[in-house]
Design a protein around this ligand. Structure first.
Ligand SMILES: [Zn+2]
Length: 367
């Protein structure tokens, strides 16, 4: 198998240093779907790099049908944004915008585009649409008024991702169990990864890579279906949340690389049959994914364990207020309002009023 390494420039620092990232291309036989996998767009979420490492080691022993592009260390500026012991790296430090909300929302009128191209056969239509999406990213980068630092990075990554049929964006939560963001049109994908909890997301754009990759294709499929043509959604895009930030665990990374391999096997990217791990898997609709905010400030004991189901009324958080000792309000137990599974919690043990303490899946169902 041929493996090629490229350095792709995604920005420049003030003193002139280039910001670049490594892209590894594993060349397949051209008979299967192509794949794009990136990791570490949020600077502290490093485990995806270990998963890419383990996946590349595994891939050396398989027969590749489709091409796989792997982009670890996908945000060099965010990764290097250290403060004391910690990596900040979630927000562009200049604009404050979340690095994973900077992707291009295609303004293309897809109904009009379809009407102008509906005479094409399916393969030509798909190729023309792909070319259009990549060209829109290139136009954005060439804009005479310029783009922000974050948009430089995001749009450069997006232009690469649009070249593939399958896009996997590897993240982690702050303190988190593993969970998957999966578009509703591809529910069966959730059965393959080594991930117990899946959020099913609708066809709407909020700025993230997975949505940037699948929303135009989902919309194209809907427009075609409205004209009686079963094109199907030709691009899959999923976000894998691989545990907690600031953590590298190579054994766990191998487990997740094997899950990705099982999905790639199911999709015909590799010739060999790789079965998913037998495990219980659960789902939740995005509308039932609830954020629990601190009703007041304080020091936090996170009692709810991520990945462990809880009942309404169970204590989720103990909130300590040393300025209120002796008033009866020095210790408050905050209860979970509804049955659910805490998926992640805030990383710091001291919080302002209104801090998002937990994200909780409610109305969880077995897959
Ligand atoms: Zn992230």
């Amino acid at each position: 198998m041929r493996v090629e390494k490229q350095e792709v420039k995604v920005g420049e620092l003030a003193a002139g240093q280039a910001l670049s990232l490594p892209v590894y291309r594993f060349h397949g036989k051209g008979k299967g779907p192509s794949v794009y996998i990136q990791a570490n767009v949020h600077g502290a979420e490093v485990q995806g790099n270990a998963v890419i490492y383990q996946l590349m080691k595994l891939l050396e022993h398989y027969e590749l049908l489709g091409d796989i592009s792997l982009v670890p260390l996908a945000n060099p500026l965010g990764i290097n944004q250290k403060s004391g012991e910690f990596t900040l790296g979630r927000f562009d430090p200049i604009t404050g915008v979340n690095w994973n909300r900077e992707y291009l929302n295609h303004s293309l009128d897809i109904a009009a585009w379809y009407a102008a191209h509906s005479e094409l056969d399916d393969d030509s239509l798909v190729a023309a649409f792909r070319t259009e999406l990549i060209a829109a990213c290139e136009r954005k980068l060439d804009n005479v008024w310029g783009v922000t630092t974050g948009q430089w990075l995001a749009t450069s990554l997006q232009a690469m991702a649009h070249r593939s049929d399958i896009v996997l964006d590897l993240h982690t939560g702050p303190k988190s169990c593993k969970h998957l963001y999966c578009p509703e049109y591809e529910r069966e994908a959730a059965q393959y990864f080594s991930i117990p909890y899946t959020l099913f997301i609708p066809n709407s754009f909020g700025g993230a890579m997975d949505e940037a990759a699948f929303v135009p294709w989902w919309t194209l499929a809907e427009v075609a279906a409205a004209h009686g043509r079963e094109l199907g959604v030709r691009v899959s895009a999923l976000t894998l949340e691989l545990g907690s930030q600031e953590r590298i665990d190579l054994a766990d990374a191998l487990n997740d690389a094997e899950g990705i391999l099982a999905y790639l096997s199911y999709r015909g990217v590799i010739a060999e049959k790789v079965l998913p791990k037998p495990m219980k898997r659960f789902g939740c609709l995005l509308k039932d994914y609830r954020k629990f905010h601190a009703p007041k400030a304080g020091m936090v004991e996170y009692v709810g364990k991520v990945g462990q189901p809880m009942k309404a009324g169970d204590v989720l958080v103990n909130l300590l207020r040393l300025d209120l000792y002796g008033t009866g309000e020095e210790l408050t137990a905050l209860k979970l309002p509804e049955d659910g599974v805490p998926i992640l919690h805030f990383a710091s043990a001291s919080v302002h009023q209104g801090t998002e303490l937990y994200k909780v899946m409610t109305k969880v169902f077995a897959l």
